[in-house]
Design a protein around this ligand. Sequence first.
Ligand code: NAG
Ligand code: NAG
Length: 324
Amino acid sequence: MKQLTFLALSSLVSAQAAGYSQCGGSGYSGPTTCASGWTCQYQNEWYSQCVQSAAGGTTLTTKPSTSTTTAKSTATTTKATTTAANPSATSFATTNGLQFEIDGKTSYFAGSNSYWIGFLTNNDDVDLVFDHMDEAGLRILRVWGFNDVNTVPSAGTVYYQLLKDGTATINTGADGLQRLDYVVASAEARNVKLIINFVNNWSDYGGMAAYVTAFGGSQTSWYTNTAAQTAYQAYIKAVVSRYKDSPAVFAWELANEPRCKGCDVSILYNWIKTTSAYIKSLDSKHMVAIGDEGFGLDTGSDGSYPYSYGEGLNFTMNLAYSTP
Ligand SMILES: *[C@@H]1O[C@H](CO)[C@@H](O)[C@H](O)[C@H]1NC(C)=O
Ligand SMILES: *[C@@H]1O[C@H](CO)[C@@H](O)[C@H](O)[C@H]1NC(C)=O
């Protein structure tokens, strides 16, 4: 008798999936309804998950057919309203000792890079990236917050800033910063955190070379060129103002791999000081990172390239600076 009761109970329990458990997906044969207070939400062809009903996600208690048409329309209905397994944001990300703190949790967090996500023109594609990150347990994504050009590209190609003949024009249109707006909104919906970078050392997506074309000088004088720095700071202000209240921002990053070949290390140090203080004057709440590669180590040096100062960086000195 006892055994029968137990069997009956366990089959009752397993008839409903618990919170955050799988409840559907291709090849899945477990329960497809969720415990009371939870709703089965479609994530992708292979995975549906029980999310809190109050979250307002799309209800889908049965696995969608695997035909392309159904999968497509289902993906459309889940966009932007998706609530991920991640807890909702309660505070801005910060440091805690030698680790980071996200929503009260102190840890090392896994993350990834996607320079291209803000250049996508389809919202569903952006959502898909964050859905996959969420499934993989990745909390932080580093993205390009810049896309500089010297001539306006053909229609439908995203760019954020036009640098031409000594003038900088920020593109806040549908093919401009509105694409980055969507990245931030989609990250917010899934509580993924973003590292947003402001300029490239390299010429991909414009970078310092695009400033040099518009304002003169060279890549190494970029850091001290008044016209270039004025435009760079105006661009930083435009981006920071848009997202400074967003919990989706993990940190701002000054540049991608800033280098100043053959320069005295004081050049980059002073630029790091000035720029990070400027960002903090616009937004004192989010973290600011350099975006460098760690060149110029004083301790444990074996004299090889990464330890050297030839790229104009003194890691020890740069890291010691604490932005007010
Ligand atoms: C980036 O830095 C390297 C090393 O200092 C330099 O050689 C290169 O020209 C820089 N990139 C651009 C686009 O100027
Ligand atoms: C780098 O910075 C540290 C700390 O300020 C200093 O002690 C060291 O001498 C510097 N090294 C070079 C090569 O600039």
